[in-house]
Every structure is written in structure tokens, then in C-alpha cells.
Write a protein that binds this ligand. Structure first.
Ligand code: NAD
Length: 455
């Protein structure tokens, strides 16, 4: 199978390289038309997308809409701004180069490989694709094999919308991703876990292929004693339990000031009930865990600390209740690994410096959340920590804003996308000096002219 697969993959790659060499993708009108085609295809397939999300993750209601509308908004934003993005940027030319002009051109890499995860299977493959098309690349897409129904729908949408020399989906398991990674792409965009990110980067290094790594990790959520409790609880519950906690930027754990811990937890319980009812397993708005492997991984976390809400699990439909856990220790596995599920451990602190020190001992997170009305504390947290992104007084929402570049730092990843950052991510900057034949200054030629310093 692998030999056949590699023949197929190398043929697809060669076809895309030839397509790229025709320069079709560099034409701005072509790019606009392809983005419009993608938007139309996503809109026309809305119900198929929703059905696949329901089948893979029991995702429905706002959770499914959130995934879908993010793609449409991102295409609209690219269509609105692309003509500005592609303009060569005129820069200053030093006098000793006159007469000349100097410009920076944004050029496509060529053929890019986009590897997606299963948690937002459409959004996290299509949003990078928008950047790839806008900047004039061809693309091979590898959806996650774990969100199997979504993978099928993605392959159908893409094969009906684009010629395979331009955009092509290759489905399959880990071995297919590994096979793809042996090929020489011009750029690789990977979204997934930190460990697989390392595999992707070392495979890319063999060809000196540039990579964008959108990874995960433990995103902390600090709540200080000056916060607006009601809104804080509501925004935490939304960001943590959307998609049953399987969101890369979900708050992983709470660091809450000891004076408000009890009242915050009461409010969080209130909003879990308000959003998902007394029995969240009956709620049509509550997603399921993607598969048994992740179900058992998460169920295993429930043995740590003291469960103060939730804790119910149903293997038959991969349900894990929205769960709050108190009294965990940093040595527990639940505090060592990214949770990536509907379990929220709560740790109390007494001083903001203590909370900052805890965060700074750990790998730099993808997101950092801080709820506080204290401006000095806000500045202090911003200045003394590092993370891919920050929301002050909210969770997850920063990634819905196309003018904010999205990505990680350190172990949570490298590179940025969304909006203009997506365009830039799939381009390289080509510096162009264009000299005139009008005259030729002598300062660099031998014999050295008078007045030019000799060493
Ligand atoms: P994953 O790393 O297991 O898989 C992602 C992709 O990598 C899949 O397409 C899979 O086929 C491929 N893959 C898996 N094992 C491989 C291997 N050994 N060699 C080569 N390819 C391999 O990630 P996942 O489970 O799909 O997603 C969960 C992780 O992704 C979490 O850590 C989460 O935080 C992160 N994530 C990050 C973002 C972000 O935007 N930063 C978004 C979503 C998810």
C-alpha cells in the first residue's frame, strides 16, 4: 500500500508543481475567483458539514455554526483586503543606488502541505487554505483521519471545486501523513499536538522546508479578586466547554484568587447548568469526545483531586460531563499534560506574583486568560508572561478577530495566520532592486575614486 501511495503522492506533487509553474496562481483575479469558489462550496455544503460534525463530535447548535461561520468570515476578509495585500511595497532607496527603485514583493512559496487536526476539522484545514490561495500557492490538504466523516466531506468539497493540480485532498491515516512528510514541499502548515509537531519539523528539516506549527499545550486562566464574577464565570464556561473542551485555546486550568474561589465556582456551576441543563448528556448543545482513546485518556484524569461538579462518563456515547476538579497537585498527570476535554481543574493563589511564577515555570502557552478589573495587574501579567495570544476578561474570542494574528510561541508553535497574517504566512518576501541605465555612480569600482575611504 505504501509503495502505491508514494507513487500517487509524488505524482500529485509533480502535477501541482507543474500547475504552479504556469503562473496561473499568481494572477490576482484567479486567486479572487478561487476564494469565491471556496466560499460558494462551503455555503452550498453547509448541511453536509453540519452532518459530518454531528457524526464525528456530536457537534451541533452554536458549536457547529461557530466552526462554519469562521471560514466564511475569513474568506470575506481576504476578499476585501487581498488587492492591498498583494501590492508590492515601495521602500526607501539609499542615494548611492540612484537612479533605482526598491520594492518588497510578497511571493507564494509554491506547493504547500496543510495537515489538519480533528477538533475543528473543517475550520482548521480551510482557514490555512484561504491564506494559501490568497498568496498564490497550490496546496495538498491532509485532513485528520480521526474525524472520519469530516474528512470524506472535505475531500468531496475540494475535488468538486478545484482542479487537483491546484488543490488536492489526500485522505488516510498516520502512515499517509508520514509518507507525505518524506516529499519535498515548498512549505508545510501543521496543526496538531506538540509531539507530532516535532516529527513534522524534523521531516521538513531534511528538505529545509519552512514550517508553520500550530500546536497546543496548557492555556492558563487567571482570575483575580477584582473581577466581574458573573461575566467571568459565563465567559469561562463558554470557552472551556464549547466542543466539550476539545479546543486548542480552551482554558486548561483555573488559577483563582483564594478570596473569590468559592463564589466563582458557584457561578461557574450556575452557568454550566444554564448552558447545558441539569443533565448535560441530554443537551443537544453538548459535544462528545472524539473517540475511545481520548475518552479513556480523559476518564483517567478524573481520578485526580476532588470532583466538585460532573465526573459522569458514558462510554457508549463517549460522553464526559462538564467537570470541575479541586485539590489537584502539579505532580498529577492532569496538571502535566494538556487536558483537551471538558475537565477544569481549579488551583487557588494568594498573590498575583505567585500566579505569574506558576505560569512562567511551564512551557509558553498558546493562550493566556486573565480576568481582572485591576489595570496594574493587567499590565503586570502582560509584561511578565509569554504566550501566543491573550484575552483579558474573555476566553477564546481573540482567535475570531481576523486582524489579530493567531499562533503559538515556544512549545505552542511558530508562525501566525488569520487575516493578513495568513496571507503573509504563505508568502516569502522578495526584495527587488531595479536599477536604471541613466548613469552609473563610480564609488564601488576600481580604481577607487578620490574621496572614497580606503581601508
Ligand atoms: P495530532 O498531532 O495527533 O494529529 C494532527 C495530524 O497529525 C493528523 O492529521 C494526523 O494524521 C497527523 N499525525 C498524527 N501522528 C502522526 C505521526 N506520528 N507522524 C506524522 N503525522 C502524524 O493532533 P490532534 O490529536 O489531531 O489534535 C489535538 C492537538 O492539536 C492538541 O494538542 C491541540 O491543542 C492541538 N491543536 C492546536 C491548534 C492550534 O491552532 N494551535 C488547533 C487545534 C488543535
Amino acid at each position: 500500500m505504501l509503495v502505491q501511495e508514494s507513487v500517487r503522492i509524488s505524482t500529485i506533487l509533480e502535477t501541482q508543481k507543474q500547475f504552479f509553474r504556469t503562473n496561473k496562481t499568481k494572477n490576482i483575479e484567479f486567486r479572487i475567483k478561487q476564494l469565491q469558489n471556496l466560499k460558494q462550496a462551503i455555503n452550498e455544503n453547509q448541511s453536509n458539514i453540519f452532518k459530518a460534525l454531528k457524526a464525528d463530535l456530536n457537534k451541533s447548535g452554536f458549536d457547529a455554526y461557530f466552526e462554519f461561520i469562521g471560514i466564511i468570515k475569513e474568506i470575506d476578509y481576504a476578499l476585501k483586503h487581498i488587492k492591498n495585500w498583494v501590492k508590492p511595497q515601495k521602500v526607501a532607496t539609499p542615494w548611492h543606488q540612484f537612479p533605482a527603485s526598491t520594492h518588497i514583493y510578497s511571493e507564494p512559496f509554491g506547493v504547500t502541505l496543510i495537515i489538519g487536526p480533528w477538533n475543528y476539522p473543517f475550520n482548521l484545514l480551510m482557514t490555512p487554505l484561504i491564506g494559501a490561495i490568497a498568496s498564490g500557492n497550490c496546496a495538498v490538504l491532509k485532513p485528520s483521519e480521526i474525524s472520519a466523516q469530516s474528512s470524506i466531506v472535505i475531500a468531496e468539497i475540494i475535488s468538486k471545486t478545484f482542479e487537483s493540480g491546484f488543490i488536492k485532498v489526500i485522505e488516510g491515516g498516520v502512515e499517509v501523513t508520514q509518507e507525505l512528510l518524506t516529499e519535498k514541499f515548498d512549505h508545510i502548515f501543521f496543526t496538531g499536538g506538540t509531539e507530532v509537531g516535532k516529527i513534522v519539523m524534523s521531516a521538513a528539516a531534511k528538505h529545509l522546508t519552512p514550517v508553520t506549527l500550530e500546536l497546543g499545550g496548557k492555556s492558563p486562566c487567571i482570575v483575580d479578586e477584582t473581577t466581574h464574577l458573573e461575566y467571568t464565570a459565563k465567559r469561562i464556561v463558554w470557552g472551556k466547554f464549547i466542543n466539550a473542551g476539545q479546543t486548542c485555546t480552551a482554558p486548561d486550568y483555573l488559577l483563582v484568587h483564594k478570596n473569590i474561589k468559592a463564589s466563582l465556582l458557584n457561578k461557574i456551576k450556575k452557568y454550566i447548568k444554564e448552558f447545558y441543563g441539569d443533565v448535560p448528556s441530554d443537551s443537544r448543545n453538548y459535544s462528545r469526545i472524539i473517540n475511545q482513546k481520548h475518552f479513556f485518556r480523559l476518564a483517567n484524569f478524573l481520578k485526580y483531586g476532588t470532583i466538585i461538579l460532573g465526573g459522569d462518563t458514558h462510554l457508549e456515547d463517549l460522553y464526559i460531563a462538564p467537570t470541575l476538579i479541586d485539590q489537584v497537585s502539579w505532580e498529577d498527570k492532569i496538571m502535566q499534560e494538556e487536558i483537551f476535554g471538558p475537565i477544569l481543574p481549579v488551583i487557588e493563589y494568594t498573590d498575583i506574583d505567585e500566579a505569574i511564577a506558576i505560569i512562567n515555570e511551564k512551557p509558553k502557552p498558546l493562550a493566556l486568560y486573565f480576568f481582572s478589573n485591576n489595570k496594574q495587574h493587567q499590565t503586570k501579567v502582560l509584561q511578565s508572561t509569554a504566550s501566543g495570544g491573550v484575552c483579558i476578561n474573555d476566553t477564546v474570542m481573540h482567535l475570531t478577530i481576523p486582524s489579530l494574528p493567531f499562533g503559538g510561541v515556544g512549545e505552542s508553535g511558530m508562525g501566525r495566520y488569520h487575516g493578513k497574517a495568513g496571507f503573509e504566512n504563505f508568502s516569502y518576501q522578495r526584495s527587488v532592486l531595479n536599477k536604471s541605465f541613466l548613469w552609473d555612480l563610480k564609488w564601488r569600482y576600481y580604481p577607487t575614486p578620490k574621496g572614497v575611504k580606503k581601508s
